[in-house]
Structures are given as C-alpha cells and as structure tokens.
Design a protein around this ligand. Structure first.
Ligand code: 173
Length: 321
C-alpha cells in the first residue's frame, strides 16, 4: 500500500533525481525522526559522518533534516514509499506499518547478540515484508525508559494521572491506570507548560535536550525496556545498490552499533545532569519495583501477542536473555 504524501513537492522532485554522481557512487537522502544534534540522532549523525568519510567514491549520505523535514509519525511512510531513501526512526513511530515492531524495545539482549542468534534476521524480514525497508542498523541498547512527572506518586499506581505516551509505554501505563495522550516529542514541552499532562514517558537520555527539565519535577526509577532507534533504507533503493555499496553501509552499521556500548556511561552522566537541573528521583521499594517491571514486561508482550501470537512468541524467545 503506497502512501499519498503530504510532503513538500520539492522533496518529491528531489527524490526523483537521487543522484548517481558516477556509476559507482550513489547519494542517499536521509531524514531523522528526532531533531538533529539531539540524543536520538547522535549515533545516526555519527554514522552519516563515518559513511561520508569512508564511503567516498562508493556511497554518500545527504542528511536532509529532522522532524521539520518530515513529521515523525509520517517518516515510516516516507521511507516505505521512497520519498526519502533512509530514515532514522523508532518502531514506536511506525506501528501502523510494523505492528509487532513493539517487540524490539522489549529486548533484553543486544543487537550484536540478535545478529548472532538470528533474531536480527527475523526483524529485518518483517520490516522488508511489511514496510518495504531494509532494517540496516539498531541504536539504543542500554538506554532504558522512565516515567517523568510534575507531581509525585507513592508507588506503581498511575490512576488519576494523564501521561504523554507512545506505543512504547501504552500497554504498561494503561495497565497501571493512567489516562494516555499520544504525542510526538515536539509537543511534550507545551503540553507540560499548559498542564495538559502530568508527565511523560521518555528514555534515560535526552530530557535536557529540549528543555523539558524546566517542566519536570520527578523521574521514576527503575527504568524499563531498551530504546530502539533504527536505520531503515527503502528496499527498492537497497536492492538497487551494488554489492560494494551495500557492504559499505553494513560496515558503517556495525561501526555505529558498537557505539551502543557507551550508553551505560552516558546514562550516568545524564542522571547527574537531571539531578543538577532539579529533577528528583522517586525510587520504588522492592515490591513496587517488582510490580513496575513485571507489568512492563507482561503488558508489553501481551500487546505484541494480540497482533500476531506466533511471531510474538518467536521474537520473545530470541530477544530474551
Ligand atoms: O517517547 C517517545 O517518543 C518514544 O517512544 C521514543 C522511542 C525511542 C527513543 C526516544 C523516544
């Protein structure tokens, strides 16, 4: 099913001329779902730099922009249809295209382990079949998600609270009684400022990037799940590349995925910055933490099983420790 794009005509016209600078060098046009120079474009921009340095004469990437170029919830359709060649995106922003993509953030192992045990191949296959994209690379391992609040909670009971969500947190927060409002990241600040929400789900990293610390009083610990931010390449474009071009992109993907090992250290630095910015930590007691994490895992997998039970079971087996 092809997406009728509402994007600027200029973007469409430019796509028709995806440049073949020489027979051997191709330039891919890429967009990120996250603002450039913020946390969840970090690895992607490093990848673009690596390719443009190491892929001279073979493959280059023209980084067009972030959410101002293509709205985050439309980027999945844009890379599916070839309006852009490559996207840096999270599965939570394209649930309409790959509904079992929610399994990826439930992973307890790393993408390197998933490449070893065959799980990467399964995730790549469902992206190819359902979304017409190559699942080229995965960032985010080692970055958990948290609930951030403007008012305190005593334990894992979110009844009476209105929380900004995406599919990542939906099953868990709703099982714990919250009212949910789904928004793109770009709307979180103003929703907090207006008092339209009492909090939001977001990873351990990146809260300060967009100034959300000004509107945030508490972070709830422990974190749950693992961030997934994926590099996707339009499948027709991917299949049209030469072996050397595909090999260079895969080499860059492995290089980028190795950066995931830095996340433990970056988390520590981010938590310190949040504390300096006045964000207090609410840490549940052992029973509360157990309920928090059990609900996260069970509600998360139940939501994937509703979509496709056999596939959910296959993914759970290869994404668990
Ligand atoms: O909260 C979100 O917008 C979200 O789902 C997400 C996913 C990956 C990275 C950052 C945010």
């Amino acid at each position: 099913m092809k997406f009728k794009s509402t994007l600027a005509a200029g973007l469409l016209v430019a796509t028709a001329f995806t440049s073949q600078a020489s027979a051997q060098e191709v330039t891919l046009r890429a967009v990120s779902a996250f603002n450039l120079d913020t946390t969840f474009s970090r690895e992607f921009q490093a990848f673009v730099g690596w390719i443009n340095e190491n892929g001279k004469g073979t493959v280059q990437i023209d980084l067009i922009g972030g959410p101002e170029a293509v709205p985050p919830f439309e980027l999945g359709n844009a890379v599916q249809s070839g309006v852009v060649d490559m996207a840096n995106n999270t599965a939570a922003f394209y649930p309409n295209l790959v509904p079992t993509g929610d399994a990826i953030h439930l992973a307890e192992n790393t993408v390197q382990e998933q490449r070893e045990n065959g799980c990467y191949a399964v995730i790549d296959r469902i992206h190819q079949e359902q979304m017409n994209v190559k699942y080229l690379a995965h960032a985010g391992d080692g970055i958990g998600f948290h609930l951030y609040l403007t008012k305190p909670v005593e334990g894992p009971d979110l009844s009476g609270l209105t929380i900004r969500t995406t599919p990542v947190y939906q099953a868990m927060f709703s099982a714990l009684g919250a009212n949910l409002v789904r928004t793109a990241p770009g709307e979180v600040y103003s929703a907090l400022e207006r008092g339209a929400i009492d909090g939001y789900g977001w990873p351990s990293q990146g809260v300060l990037d967009l100034g959300w610390d000004e509107q945030t009083k508490y972070r709830v610990d422990p974190s749950f799940y693992n961030v997934d931010v994926n590099l996707l390449v339009n499948l027709d474009v991917w299949n049209g590349l030469t072996d050397a071009q595909r090999a260079k992109l895969e080499e860059g993907a492995a290089w980028m995925e190795a950066l995931n090992a830095n996340n433990a250290e970056i988390n520590t630095a981010e938590y310190a910055k949040q504390a300096e910015a006045g964000i207090e930590t609410i840490t549940f007691d052992a029973a509360g933490a157990e309920k928090w994490l059990t609900t996260a895992r069970d509600a998360g997998w139940a939501a994937v099983e509703v979509v496709d039970k056999p596939l959910a079971q296959e993914l759970r087996a290869c994404l668990s420790k």
